[in-house]
Design a protein around this ligand. Structure first.
Ligand SMILES: O=C(O)CCC(=O)C(=O)O
Ligand SMILES: [Fe+2]
Length: 340
C-alpha cells in the first residue's frame, strides 16, 4: 500500500510545526530506530552507574525524543490487569460509557467516543476511543485540572487495577525525572518536589482496526501530534503494531511493541524546559493489524503550580532562551481545550 500525504501543519504546545511531505521544519531527530534504555543502572546504588544511564537517556532525548525502557520494575501483572480493565471498559454499551462523557467534565476526566478527539487539526477526528483518569482530587474541581475521577457505574471492578497502574506509573515516572535531572547536569533530586503525580494523566485507549485498502489519511487512529507534558510512558500490547515516529528525513519509524518494555517519549513541556535540546517528536498511530488495539499512555507533567522556565543548563550564547516562563497547569488546560 502506498500512503500519500499532503503538506500539513501540526500544532504543538510550543507553536505550529510544518510537516512537508518529506521533511519537517523544527529539529526533528536524525534516527532510523528507537533506542532501548536498560533501567538496571538507574536503580543501582552507585551514582556513577546512574550517570551512565542518564548519558544514554541524554542521547535518546537529543537525537530521537523516543526510547524504550526495559527492567523498569513495574510488575507484569499490573500491566496485564490494566489492559484487561481497558478491554472490559470499552465493551460496555455506548449508553453506559456516555454517562461519563469527558465533555461533561470540567477537568478532562471520563470517556471519549470514536472521533471525539482531533489531535491533528488537519485531520477529521481520531479513530480511537479513550477513558481518562488523573490524580484523584477529592471534592475540588475549581482550579486548573483538579477534580475527582469518574468511574463507570456498572463496572466498579476496573477502579482497582487502573489506580494500581496509575500509582506504578507515578513511581516509575519519578525515577525517570531523576534520570532526566542527572542528564541535564542538575541535582538528581531537582524535580522531586514538583512531581507528586498530581500532574499525571492516564488514558486507556482502544483503536478498532482500520481498513488497509483506501486508508483515509485524514482519519487515523491518532493523528500526527506531539504530547503536551514532560514525558509519556506508553504500554503497548505485544504483536499489535500501530505507533509511528517521525524522523528528520520525513520517514515514519515504527515503534514496534517489545515485550517487557514501555515506550517513553519527551513532551512539549520538557522540550520547552530544555530550550528544545530534548526533542518532542511527532508521532501518530494507525491500526492496520486487523485486530483491536489497546494502549495505555501515561502523561507525566509536573505539579500544576510549577513555573516552567528554560533551565540554566540549557542556555548558552549560541542557544539563548526560546520560551517565556509559563504556568504548567494553564499550559496543559489550554492544550487539552484545543484537542477536545
Ligand atoms: O496509542 C499509542 O500508541 C500512542 C498514543 C498517543 O500518542 C497519545 O495518546 O498521545
Ligand atoms: Fe502522543
Amino acid at each position: 500500500m502506498t500512503m500519500t500525504e499532503d503538506a500539513a501543519t501540526v500544532v504543538t504546545g510550543n507553536g505550529p510545526r510544518k510537516i512537508l511531505s518529506n521533511s519537517i521544519d523544527l529539529q526533528p531527530g536524525d534516527f532510523s530506530s528507537i533506542p532501548v534504555l536498560d533501567l538496571t543502572l538507574a536503580f543501582s546504588s552507585s551514582l556513577s552507574d546512574r550517570k551512565k544511564c542518564a548519558e544514554t537517556l541524554f542521547d535518546a532525548c537529543t537525537r530521537v525524543g523516543f526510547f524504550y525502557v526495559k527492567n523498569h520494575g513495574v510488575p507484569e501483572e499490573v500491566v496485564s490487569q490494566c489492559f484487561t480493565a481497558g478491554r472490559d471498559f470499552f465493551e460496555l454499551t455506548m449508553e453506559e460509557k456516555m454517562k461519563i462523557y469527558i465533555k461533561d467534565s470540567e477537568n478532562f476526566k471520563g470517556y471519549t467516543p470514536l472521533l471525539g478527539e482531533n489531535t491533528d487539526p488537519a485531520g477529521r477526528g481520531d479513530l480511537h476511543e479513550g477513558f481518562d483518569i488523573g490524580y484523584d482530587y477529592a471534592g475540588s474541581g475549581e482550579a486548573k485540572m483538579e477534580g475527582v475521577n469518574r468511574w463507570p457505574e456498572s463496572l466498579p471492578s476496573i477502579k482497582s487495577p487502573v489506580t494500581t497502574y496509575f500509582d506504578e506509573m507515578v513511581k516509575l515516572g519519578k525515577k525517570l525525572f531523576q534520570l532526566f535531572a542527572v542528564s541535564l547536569d542538575l541535582e538528581e533530586g531537582y524535580f522531586d518536589n514538583l512531581v507528586s503525580g498530581k500532574g499525571g494523566i492516564m488514558r486507556l485507549l482502544h483503536y478498532p482496526p482500520q481498513e488497509d485498502e483506501n486508508l483515509d489519511m485524514k482519519q487515523l487512529g491518532i493523528g500526527a501530534h506531539s504530547d503536551y507534558e514532560c514525558f509519556t510512558i506508553l504500554a503497548q500490547q505485544n504483536g499489535v503494531e500501530a505507533l509511528q515516529v517521525l524522523n528528520k528525513a520525513g520517514q515514519w519509524v515504527g515503534a514496534t511493541p517489545m515485550e517487557g518494555t514501555f515506550v517513553v517519549n519527551v513532551g512539549d513541556m520538557m522540550a520547552r524546559w530544555t530550550n528544545d535540546l530534548y526533542l518532542s517528536t511527532i508521532h501518530r498511530a494507525i491500526n492496520r493489524t486487523g485486530v483491536r488495539r489497546y494502549s495505555i499512555p501515561f502523561f507525566f507533567g509536573v505539579d500544576y503550580e510549577t513555573t516552567i522556565d528554560v533551565l540554566e543548563s540549557c542556555i548558552s550564547d549560541s542557544r539563548p532562551p526560546k520560551y517565556k516562563p509559563i504556568n504548567a497547569g494553564d499550559y496543559i488546560k489550554q492544550r487539552l481545550s484545543e484537542t477536545y
